[in-house]
Design a protein around this ligand. Sequence first.
Ligand SMILES: NC(=O)c1ccc[n+]([C@@H]2O[C@H](COP(=O)([O-])OP(=O)(O)OC[C@H]3O[C@@H](n4cnc5c(N)ncnc54)[C@H](O)[C@@H]3O)[C@@H](O)[C@H]2O)c1
Length: 331
Amino acid sequence: MKILVTGGAGYIGSVTTEQLISQGHDVVVFDNLYQGHRAAVHPKAIFVKGDLAIKSEIAAAISSHRPEAVMHFAAYSLVGESMQKPFKYLHENTTNGLNLMEAMLEHDVKKFILSSTANLFDKPERMPISEDERIIPGSPYGESKQIMERALHWLEKTHGMTYACLRYFNAAGASTERGEDHTPELHLIPLVLQVALGQRQHISVFGDDYPTPDGTCVRDYIHIYDLAQAHILALEALDNGSRTYNLGNGQGFSVKDVIETARKITGHAIPAHMAPRRAGDPATLVAASDKIRRELGWQPRFPGLEDIISTAWTWHQKNPKGYDDRTSSQG
Ligand SMILES: NC(=O)c1ccc[n+]([C@@H]2O[C@H](COP(=O)([O-])OP(=O)(O)OC[C@H]3O[C@@H](n4cnc5c(N)ncnc54)[C@H](O)[C@@H]3O)[C@@H](O)[C@H]2O)c1
């Protein structure tokens, strides 16, 4: 299959591209390098530098490369930033996604995989969070993903689009060649590993008085490889209809678990400083994945925290400055 991957120079998109290519698919990466890295794009993928905000650019990419399906990773994805700059999310994230969907339908491309988020569930009544949970987005970021999900729902009815929405929390870990390099970096595992690399003095732990076993927040970490596989399985299942899955590792890990495991793997003391709770951080967030396991046979290959952190550590040791393209990646 020929697949267009928006955001294929970013963290999850680049590893999914790598997996698609290793499984015999052809990939066209469409990315404006706002956050991604040219060096992260698999050498066998066709790279198109383009911006979803400019509809003619995505329309031209679809018209010249004629993909059969699209995986849509390209988005702004910082919950905190979305509370400061809601229009960047409510307006730009949604307009960019709609530009993509419109260009696809104009060229009769009707298979869509969406990177959605468990930030759709701000006040879950049950943990782990299943697909039946009531949607209450936790931020303008989450709201922008819900709008994408609703757009797909309507485009299926009006135009026969088939889609899969995959809702996940914390992608983590690395492949041999590709890893996590965001600017700014706000994810716990790379921040902890920056301490181990001597790039930061300590890690801050925001709150240790939550109602969790060790008092620190519990989160769901899913290995990037397993996440990529879920995207590929969902794509292959589209011929049997649209679908929506919550996607989690099946177990949560606390902030202290992450720091302890990273100490063991890196051999570094990783000093941790306690800090007050941050507003809006729920105690526990874990997504259920029973439905995707049952329907698609998805099985995480790296469910353990040790595997997740050791693959990330191997990549960060090999690439201590990440892709080392800070100035060009921001253009
Ligand atoms: N990282 C996570 O833990 C996580 C969790 C849940 C959901 N998601 C979702 O998964 C997707 C990928 O996340 P990621 O961590 O790989 O992000 P990322 O920032 O590493 O990758 C996003 C890519 O999209 C590109 N991009 C952004 N705006 C664009 C535009 N207008 N036109 C073209 N390209 C554009 C960026 O340059 C970047 O390469 C996002 O949609 C995010 O919301 C991520």
